[in-house]
Design a protein around this ligand. Structure first.
Ligand SMILES: O=C(O)CCC(=O)C(=O)O
Length: 251
């Protein structure tokens, strides 16, 4: 399922597709509907959970200004609050199984979920960063992993997540990253693939210059006995997979 050697060596690993056509159709339709609702602006709580392209500077789009009247959702936070139908994918045992193995314990808890989208032609890039530490939802130690379910797959042109392979074991900074560094890898993958991201690996990614969708369901998982040092901000924060699965069981 996941190449743990690659994860240890490179600080990230990409699986073959885990989610098939039917699951992807459901997830894409759900995300499309959420985006339309968010852009419609009728739901203040949903709008407040979103970062919109309008708020992103042109430099994150390689200098391209957002065309007049156009907008798109860049990040949509806490998605199951607005569409509980996405929950079953987040707690899919194929995914949580990988998290348990990567973190070395079955005692895992969800920190947060979001949908990170680079919309066709106008989706912004993401600056180089490490996920640990972070200001949004951060455990005391780097005992966490980000998992991305890639709904559309990722290509270099569509703004595939870029990694500086092996940077989880050194202290190189994002601003030192050279374009021709042989350790630079774009995590190209097929729809339904999952990417596991080590908390200390440098990653980022180009804007979406293509006509293709590039939507990822992003999850940060941690371990129960490593508490958050930041506020618990989302509806599922701190919940174990079995607690999250409870509403899905037939009564
Ligand atoms: O969606 C992506 O390309 C990467 C998301 C990311 O960098 C993150 O969640 O830290």
């Amino acid at each position: 399922m996941i190449d743990f050697n690659a994860y240890d060596r490179d600080g990230f690993a990409v699986t073959a597709p885990i989610f098939g056509h039917d699951d992807l159709t459901i997830m894409r339709a759900a995300v499309h509907a959420l985006h339309l609702r968010a852009l419609g602006g009728q739901e203040p709580e949903l709008s407040a959970a979103c970062v919109f392209e309008k708020a992103q500077p042109a430099r994150k789009r390689d200098g391209r200004e957002l065309p007049d009247g156009q907008d798109a959702v860049f990040i949509l936070g806490d998605p199951t609050l607005f569409d509980p139908g996405l929950l079953r994918f987040i707690v899919d045992t194929r995914l949580t199984g990988i998290v348990e193995q990567v973190l070395g314990t079955p005692d895992i808890v969800l920190h947060f979920a979001n949908i990170t989208t680079k919309a066709p032609e106008i989706g912004s890039g993401i600056s180089w960063h490490r996920d640990f530490p972070n200001k949004y939802m951060c455990p005391a130690e780097p005992k966490m992993v980000r998992m991305m379910i890639c709904l559309d797959g990722m290509q270099t042109d569509s703004g595939a997540t870029a990694f500086l392979a092996g940077s989880h074991t050194d202290d190189v900074s994002g601003s030192d990253t050279e374009e021709n560094d042989p350790r630079l890898v774009a995590a190209e993958c097929a729809p339904g693939s999952v990417v596991a991201i080590h908390p200390l690996v440098l990653h980022g990614g180009a804007p979406n210059a293509s006509a293709l969708q590039r939507r990822n369901l992003v999850l940060q998982w941690g371990i129960a006995d490593c508490p958050l040092v930041t506020e618990a901000r989302e509806s599922m924060t701190g919940m174990r997979p079995e607690e999250l699965r409870a509403p899905l069981s037939p009564q």
